[in-house]
Design a protein around this ligand. Structure first.
Ligand SMILES: CC(C)(COP(=O)(O)OP(=O)(O)OC[C@H]1O[C@@H](n2cnc3c(N)ncnc32)[C@H](O)[C@@H]1OP(=O)(O)O)[C@@H](O)C(=O)NCCC(=O)NCCS
Length: 145
C-alpha cells in the first residue's frame, strides 16, 4: 500500500502536469495560493516514486456560510495507478487533515468525469454545471464535518 507524505508545491508539478495539464507548459501547473502558508500539499508514494498528488487551501467559497472552509485542488493519480483505490486513499488523507484543522466544510470544483469518484467518498453536488475554459465541465462538490 502506498504512503501519503507532505510535499512542496513544486513537487506536485510532475503529477499535475502528467494527469491534469497533459501537453501543457509547466507554468500551467502552478495554482494561485500554492505557496500560501495555509496551503498543504500531499504526495502519494510507492517505493519512493510519487504516483499521486493533492493540495488543500484554506479558501472560503461564497456558496457556503460555514466559518472554516478548505478547498481541495489538484487531485490526481498517474494513469497506470488509477482504479486501485489510491485516489480514495489520497482524498481521505487530505480530508482527515482538513477535519483535524477544524474544517466545518470541504469543497472543490470537480470535473464531470470524477463526480462518481467523489460521490463514493460522500461528497455532494451543489448548484449547476459550469465550464472552466480549457479544462471542461465542472460541478462544485462539498462535505460538511
Ligand atoms: C479521479 C482520480 C483521482 C481517482 O483516483 P483513482 O485512484 O483512479 O480512484 P480509486 O481507485 O481510488 O476509486 C475509488 C472508487 O471510486 C470509483 N471511481 C473512480 N473513478 C470513477 C469514475 N470515473 N466513475 C465511476 N467510479 C469511479 C472506483 O470504482 C472506486 O470504487 P470501488 O472501490 O468500488 O472500485 C483519478 O482517476 C485521476 O487522477 N483522474 C484524472 C484526473 C482527475 O479527473 N482528477 C480529478 C479532478 S477534479
Amino acid at each position: 500500500m502506498p504512503v501519503v507524505k507532505k510535499i512542496t508545491a513544486l513537487e506536485t508539478y510532475t503529477v499535475r502536469q502528467e494527469v491534469l495539464r497533459k501537453g501543457k507548459p509547466i507554468e500551467t501547473c502552478h495554482f494561485i495560493g500554492d505557496d500560501a502558508t495555509t496551503t498543504t500539499h500531499f504526495g502519494l508514494f510507492e517505493n519512493e516514486n510519487m504516483i499521486g498528488a493533492v493540495s488543500v487551501y484554506k479558501t472560503n467559497s461564497p456558496l457556503f456560510t460555514e466559518k472554516i472552509q478548505f478547498q481541495i485542488r489538484g487531485m490526481a493519480v498517474l494513469e497506470d495507478f488509477q482504479s486501485k483505490g489510491y485516489g480514495e486513499q489520497l482524498l481521505k488523507a487530505a480530508e482527515n487533515f482538513c477535519f483535524e484543522e477544524k474544517a466545518d466544510l470541504i469543497w472543490f470544483n470537480a470535473r464531470e468525469k470524477a463526480i462518481p469518484f467523489y460521490q463514493k467518498s460522500g461528497y455532494k453536488i451543489i448548484g449547476n454545471a459550469f465550464d472552466i475554459p480549457n479544462v471542461g465541465i465542472h460541478f462544485v462538490m462539498f462535505k460538511k464535518n
